[in-house]
Ligand binder design. Structure first.
Ligand code: APR
Length: 234
């Protein structure tokens, strides 16, 4: 029976693929007003601006490549039962070969009909994969409603969180890579790791949470993954 590794990732795992993180110096939330481009109210106020923001990020994704950290995480599947839970909306884990990826905050390559003020939790069959193409105002879903990014905006619920909690609660090892652990409920997931499960955090910056099970590998994702794998093999 293979040991279960759950890998929780954030923007830092895609930094070495050329993607700006959100909260580092020069990050996305220094360049854009997060309330305007990534919140539910921002969507209601100016949907065209939100569509343009995600169109630009989707276009960048087309030419991006998974980096050695994505590949190393996918490579864990050789010897372990691996679930990746990512806060990222890029598809780099999948393109690196990870076969089980849960996107807590949605996916850049997908859209769904908007439900206006009370954006109900979507039905899976409403979600449309548009790859790297653009969505504009006036692009409508089959049900006649405006198409919106299949992304969890600030102020919206995180439908996949229960599934993520269940995964973490069954982990033998929890690995956290490249997240500032500032955004809940994702940031609280580590608390559900079983008492005996070691928690490794790969991040060049300080870790903002305390738990005696945590080992902090202070490195960028590509180097940190080498160190993590060496630890597994020790
Ligand atoms: N390798 C590993 N970690 C890195 C690297 C790197 N090369 N570069 C930066 N980091 C770390 C930073 O130190 C920081 O801890 O990645 C983390 C990035 O944190 P954020 O920018 O806050 O990104 P994230 O934690 O993924 O944000 C969570 O907030 O804006 C929302 O929905 C958005 O999913 C996102 C959520």
């Amino acid at each position: 029976m293979k040991k279960r590794i759950v890998v929780l990732t954030g923007a830092g795992v895609s930094a070495e693929s050329g993607f700006a993180t959100f909260r580092d110096t020069g990050g996305l939330w220094e360049q854009y007003d997060v309330q305007e481009v990534a919140s539910h109210d921002g969507w209601l106020r100016n949907p065209g601006l939100v569509l343009d923001f995600y169109n630009a990020r989707r276009a960048q994704l087309k030419d991006a490549k998974p980096n050695a950290a994505h590949l190393a995480i996918a490579g864990l599947e050789k010897d372990y039962d691996v679930d990746v839970i990512t806060q990222n909306v890029d598809n780099l884990h999948e393109r690196a070969g990870s076969t089980r990826v849960l996107h807590l905050h949605g996916e850049l390559t997908k859209v769904r009909p908007e439900w206006g003020l009370y954006d109900k939790t979507f039905q899976e069959d409403e979600v449309i994969d548009i790859g790297y193409s653009e969505v504009k105002l006036g692009d409508l879903a089959p049900n006649g409603k405006q198409l919106r990014p299949h992304i969890v905006f600030f102020g919206e619920s995180v439908p996949a969180i229960e599934k993520a909690i269940d995964m973490v609660s069954r982990a033998d090892i929890l690995l956290i890579v490249g997240t500032s652990l500032q955004v809940y409920p994702a940031a609280g997931l580590y608390r559900y790791a079983p008492p005996g499960a070691p928690i490794y955090i790969i991040d060049p910056a300080d870790v903002p949470v305390y738990d005696k099970r945590i080992t902090h590998i202070r490195a960028v994702a590509t180097k940190g993954m080498e160190e993590f794998i060496a630890t597994l093999q020790a």
